[in-house]
Ligand binder design. Structure first.
Ligand code: SAH
Length: 254
């Protein structure tokens, strides 16, 4: 059996309990060495075989899984963050299905949650925005035209932009073209939850300059929108003494 496991954003204790138990039991671990913290491999048992998928093709990854399956071994495929976001897992799962190899998926803490925790931030502030747009700039993987940064920027929601740290000047341009003011609050979170984590508060206009100043070129998330300033919000109805909820009677109603 193959378990596709989310490693979490970086800190080795941010993997789920289930994910850690799977790592402890694994006969084979294939981990995404470019982003997964190698400290997570310390959870493995002594005889476990380890492969770094950064140096492998899809075909090679599947061959390792297929061979392990043939020998009745258990494989953990360890992806950074949560595997459902830019994880390239669909193509693996399809290959496993073709071969009749059973698999399941164990979720993880995505880096976009790690980034919010690094900034002690709530993405969805009442009266500021109630939506988070997760997207990326087009790179080697194209982004459909209807999902351009400018078109998403028009919503004024919180945006979390993955995989785009090398294109920040262009990103600023697109965000401004879409309707964000140049001085809209923004942040760069480098290696969220790792020991060398860095957070930089800036504006939409100064994203590129800020990253250059800190020499940040990869492994970062870009957060954009008025919610980044974490002010100007209304308090929640859920915890307002006046309002009743399913669990609590409020003072404002009979
Ligand atoms: N599945 C992963 C994302 C993989 S795509 C997740 O859920 O987080 C890889 C991109 O994710 C990187 O280019 C970077 O933009 C972002 N990323 C991954 N880990 C990060 C971290 N700890 N801090 C900031 N950005 C991170």
């Amino acid at each position: 059996m193959v378990h596709i496991v989310g490693a979490g954003p970086g800190a080795p204790d941010l993997i789920t309990v289930r994910g850690k138990e799977l790592l402890e039991r694994a006969d084979v671990i294939i981990y995404a060495g470019s982003l997964v913290n190698p400290a997570l491999l310390d959870y493995r048992k002594a005889q476990c075989q380890v492969y770094d998928s950064a140096k492998m093709t899809l075909e090679e990854v599947i061959a390792v899984m297929a061979e392990a399956e043939l020998k009745g071994k258990m494989t953990v495929r360890l992806h950074t963050g949560d595997p459902c976001i830019y994880g390239a897992i669909r193509e693996q799962m399809d290959e496993l299905e073709v071969r009749g190899i059973p698999y399941d998926v164990c979720p993880g803490v995505s880096s976009f949650c790690g980034a919010a925790s690094a900034l002690k931030m709530e993405y969805t502030l009442p009266q500021v925005t109630q939506s988070v747009i997760i997207t990326r700039m087009a790179g080697r993987t194209p982004v459909p035209d209807r999902e351009s940064i400018a078109s998403f920027a028009a919503h004024g929601a919180t945006m979390v932009i993955f995989l785009s740290t090398g294109m920040l000047d262009k990103l600023s341009e697109e965000l401004i073209k879409g309707g964000y003011l140049p001085n809209t609050p923004a942040a760069i979170v480098y290696k969220a939850t790792w020991e060398d984590e860095k957070t930089i508060n800036c504006t939409v206009e100064s994203l590129g300059a800020s990253a250059r100043r800190e020499n940040i070129k990869k492994t970062a998330l870009i957060l954009v929108g008025n919610a980044v300033a974490q002010n100007g919000y209304e308090r929640s109805k859920l915890y307002d003494p006046v309002f009743s909820t399913e669990y609590r009677k409020g003072t404002g109603e009979e």
